[in-house]
Design a binder for this molecule. Structure first.
Ligand SMILES: NC(=O)c1ccc[n+]([C@@H]2O[C@H](COP(=O)([O-])OP(=O)(O)OC[C@H]3O[C@@H](n4cnc5c(N)ncnc54)[C@H](OP(=O)(O)O)[C@@H]3O)[C@@H](O)[C@H]2O)c1
Length: 286
């Protein structure tokens, strides 16, 4: 029996959340899909499982008080029904600001997160929804071209963003799970201010001691780049993301007070995120 379950313990947010919860009384269970990638943390146990495999999830949920769940690729209400059956009392769901920013009817990202939220709401379990708008970790997709060519290929360098550090998302998830204070709340999570892509690239350059350039590409090239390669998204999603970039050249995304209201301090600035990821952007030695 463990008090907390963290799914996606190999994920950027999940692995940080696991560290924040490892020292909590009552114990921690980590869920991973691939046994060979099990993290080693004190006071924790690791189980193998998959949201699509209900047998594995029954074992993962068993005896857990609070569970952190990523939004599955194909949300299935049976997952939450199973959590309730196994005694889980509180689900902290990593959702997305897209559920309130765009119509779920014609946006696949919003639709997936909306379905996951609805399954939790209908499951009759205490809940907290974390709705990041833009994770700062998206910028890691720039690392290969920054390291090798000292540039970033983007369709709209003046697109404005409100990036939040993934560790701030993990911290608010930990607070929700430990304190229970955020039950019944959907938190909109953003960084403390807006920056253009060009400003973000400049900050990365300053921190790595290099001069970086934004190279403007056309929208079709951007869609092609996003929908191919190791972290490819479906073409339809890529088109929406590029369209969103265009829109935010003239309309800045909102800055939410929710993180500060929950945690008693402002979310960390983008410069802090860069400092924490500096090795990802440093040029390879010659
Ligand atoms: N990017 C953004 O700007 C943004 C904005 C709003 C919301 N979000 C939300 O944040 C998420 C990204 O967070 P992140 O950066 O921490 O993600 P990440 O690093 O890609 O980690 C995702 C985790 O989920 C696990 N996972 C995936 N499918 C699973 C399944 N079927 N069963 C069990 N575990 C599964 C993965 O396991 P493996 O390691 O085995 O793959 C991994 O541990 C997005 O998916 C979205 O829901 C993102």
């Amino acid at each position: 029996m463990k008090r907390f379950l963290v799914s996606g313990a190999t994920g950027r947010i999940g692995k940080r959340l696991a560290v924040h919860l490892a020292s909590q009384a009552g114990g921690l269970r980590l869920l991973v899909r691939d046994r060979s990638r099990m993290p080693v943390l004190p006071f924790s146990e690791c189980v193998q499982g998959d949201f699509d495999d209900m047998n594995s999830m029954a074992a993962a949920f068993d005896g857990v008080q609070a569970a952190f769940l990523y939004t599955p690729a194909h949300p299935d209400p049976r997952l939450i029904q199973l959590a309730v059956k196994q005694g889980v009392q509180h689900v902290v769901l990593l959702s997305s600001a897209s559920v309130v920013k765009v119509s779920a009817a014609d946006n696949p990202v919003a639709r997936r997160h909306r379905l996951a939220e609805e399954a939790v709401l209908e499951g009759g379990i205490a809940w907290t929804f974390l709705r990041p708008d833009m994770l700062a970790s998206n910028c890691l997709s720039w690392a290969p071209s920054i390291r090798t060519e000292r540039c970033v290929y983007v369709p709209f360098p003046e697109s404005q963003r409100n990036p939040i550090h993934e560790d701030d998302v993990a911290l608010v998830a930990a607070h929700a799970m430990v304190s229970g204070h955020l039950m019944g709340r959907a938190l909109s999570l953003t960084g403390p201010s807006c920056l253009t892509i060009a400003q973000q690239v400049e900050l990365i350059g300053q921190s790595t001691g290099t001069t970086l350039r934004c190279v403007q590409i056309d929208t079709e090239q951007a869609v092609h780049a996003m929908s191919s390669g190791p972290s490819a998204v479906p073409m339809e999603v890529a088109r929406r993301l590029v369209e969103y970039m265009r829109k935010t050249t003239t309309t800045a995304p909102e800055i939410s007070p929710d993180f500060e209201l929950a945690m008693g301090r402002a979310p960390r600035p983008f410069a802090d995120w860069v400092a924490d990821h500096i090795v990802d952007f440093c040029p390879y030695p010659n």
